[in-house]
Design a protein around this ligand. Structure first.
Ligand code: ADP
Ligand code: MG
Length: 339
């Protein structure tokens, strides 16, 4: 009997991996925004057409890539962000798996233009379904422009599975909000079908919240701050009377990475106690800074779930911090909001 096991061709392996990383247009938006942030950009533009089904483009002014790196960036497990196992336990960047670009290029038509400040000309790469169609020099500004057309053009089952434009756009906006909140010092622009939806300069967190959610948030924010041996917390909570009946505007960032964590969410809600009307959710944007060795972000490919080595203590600290913020607000409500 002949042996029957073989290594999958790269294109097929990439397409399989893409199933995990790229679920919908918003997943592409997340990966590209994170790459632009990791590249040290201070201006990032997101351009969306047809809820990302026709076009997702991210233009940044970050550090760009050499022509060799531009080519390598599409290989699976190709990354500039870690090089050893120790690095894996001290992650400071969003990326480190080196899977996103390979996955995206496996299931879409991609065009990337990139240039470093020291290079006179940049590099253009066109790649479709993992197949390189062109690589050539190009005149382009410093930074990287990454455009993703016709997502899932070669995976009809996935393409058909996409939801309506309003639903897909909602997911994209969620990712945009998360990135824009995590990095208020970065200027963000969003175009949707050629209309400018957001154009936000570099600003403070309180201003960024208002830019994203509207002027009426100005009177709603209470400063929240706490520092212990294990961690630092800073950010804002919304006043209890402004709590909404729908979930959504609750944001935890751990070392600037947005995370979903019901247990910690409960810590905040618990701190509000009977101040909250029944069945309503407080607004919060809370940043937790913690030594990366106490967390594991390598739990899930999208990294929105992370593991803490001591979740109970973190729960207690968050709850105390929110309680303290609410108490201070009751004594001196006008001092809460720093301009
Ligand atoms: P990861 O982010 O996990 O390293 P990616 O597939 O997202 O993996 O990207 C691969 C590599 O391509 C990155 O490590 C980085 O060196 C480079 N890269 C990707 N996007 C950009 C960008 N916008 N600007 C500069 N370099 C980038
Ligand atoms: Mg990445």
């Amino acid at each position: 009997m002949p042996d029957i096991i073989r290594l999958l061709p790269d294109a097929l392996a990439n397409q399989i991996a893409a199933g995990e990383v790229v679920q919908r247009p918003a997943s592409v938006v997340k990966e590209l925004l994170e790459n632009s942030i990791d590249a040290g950009s201070n201006k990032i533009q997101l351009i969306i057409k047809d809820a990302g089904k026709a076009l997702i483009q991210v233009v940044d002014n970050g550090k760009g890539m050499s022509d060799t790196d531009a080519r390598l960036s599409f290989e699976r497990h190709a990354t500039s962000k870690i090089s050893s196992t120790e690095d894996l336990f001290a992650i400071r960047t969003f990326g480190f798996r080196g899977e996103a670009l390979a996955s995206i290029a496996a299931v879409a038509q991609v065009e990337m233009k990139t240039r470093r400040a020291d290079d006179e000309v940049g590099t253009l790469i066109r790649i479709e379904g993992s197949e390189i169609k062109a690589q050539e020099p190009v005149n382009t500004p410093v930074g990287t422009s990454f455009s993703v057309k016709n997502l899932f053009f070669n995976v009809p089952a996935r393409r058909n599975f996409l939801k309506s434009n309003p639903v897909e756009m909602r997911h994209i906006l969620d990712e945009f909000h998360r990135a824009a909140l995590a990095y208020p010092s970065i200027g963000f622009t969003l175009f949707q079908n050629d209309m400018e939806i957001f154009n936000m300069p570099s600003e403070k967190l309180s201003r960024r919240i208002i830019s994203l959610f509207g002027q009426n948030y100005k009177e709603q924010l209470i400063t929240c701050q706490e520092e212990t041996d294990q961690l630092k917390i800073h950010g804002y909570i919304g006043k209890p009377e402004n709590a909404k009946r729908t979930r959504g505007d609750q944001y935890f960032f751990v070392n600037n990475r947005f995370i979903k964590n019901n247990y910690l969410h409960h810590a905040v809600v618990h701190a509000f106690d009977n101040l909250l009307p029944d069945d309503s959710f407080p607004f919060y944007v809370l940043f937790i800074e913690i030594d990366p060795k106490h967390i594991d972000v390598n739990v899930h490919p999208t990294k929105t779930e992370i593991k803490f080595d001591d979740e109970k203590t973190i729960y207690a600290i968050i709850r105390a911090a929110v309680k303290k913020a609410l108490a201070t607000h009751n004594i001196a409500p006008s001092l809460d909001f720093e301009q």
